[in-house]
Design a binder for this molecule. Sequence first.
Ligand code: OAD
Length: 244
Amino acid sequence: MKAGHDISSIKHSVRGARRLLVITGSGVSAESGIPTFRDVNGWWKTYKPEELATKEAFNREPAEVWRWYEMRRAIIAGAEPNLAHQALARAEISGRRVAIITQNVDDLHERAGHREIIHVHGSIWQLRCTAEGTVFEDRRVPLPTIPPLCTCGQIARPNIVWWDEELDPLVTARVDALVKESFDFVLAVGTEATFDYIRQWALSAKARGALLVELNPRTTALTSAVDMHIGGKAGEVLDVILAE
Ligand code: OAD
């Protein structure tokens, strides 16, 4: 399907939609200058996830892992929400239900003014004490010490789900309940949909009657299951299809 044709037809049907479920991945923040994971310039093309995004790696080399998060915190702190974050937030502010499930640990949806967001992989601005489990926010860039410490004196870790960990069951329960609600559309934006649970959530919403639309310059692990694939950049396309 040609992108131009998709955009005009989807714009027409999205116009009347009041309830949108949006599943975002790192591609939604790409136009803000934040690298994705699996694209040509993505993190996982230069770094090995097992050396940076696992509990095992953190226990072995906490400072090494933290240096990578410091680099990402600096990039995110210097980034601004792009047209994609803004278009979604505008749609929500104008009175539509726009529930976001994001895999992103950045806060660009929030900074665009969006309210209904579930972060399934955590937040880069939250730290968690490795001894007490206490979660606290720390937005300082750079952090005063690497690794950073909790007030109890023990090392803190990023409050982010790593590859050798399970999702937070409370978060999963919220998402499971959300995808059982009734939506007109489920938009999968800027994600490779590598993880089974991402595809399952999208398919659950589709099974309840939502039209499943994927917005991504490339095809992904979800493409064969979608009702419509729009080949384009998140900011450019959402700015058009969500325009009032
Ligand atoms: P990926 O890097 O796997 O996928 C990024 C997707 O964004 C690709 O499908 C790109 O084609 C698409 N993309 C790139 N630029 C885009 C743009 N301007 N507009 C729209 N799409 C664009 O990133 P994720 O799917 O987010 O998890 O990865 C999922 C998880 O894997 C991440 O949350 C992270 C990673 O390992 C953990 O570390 C737990």
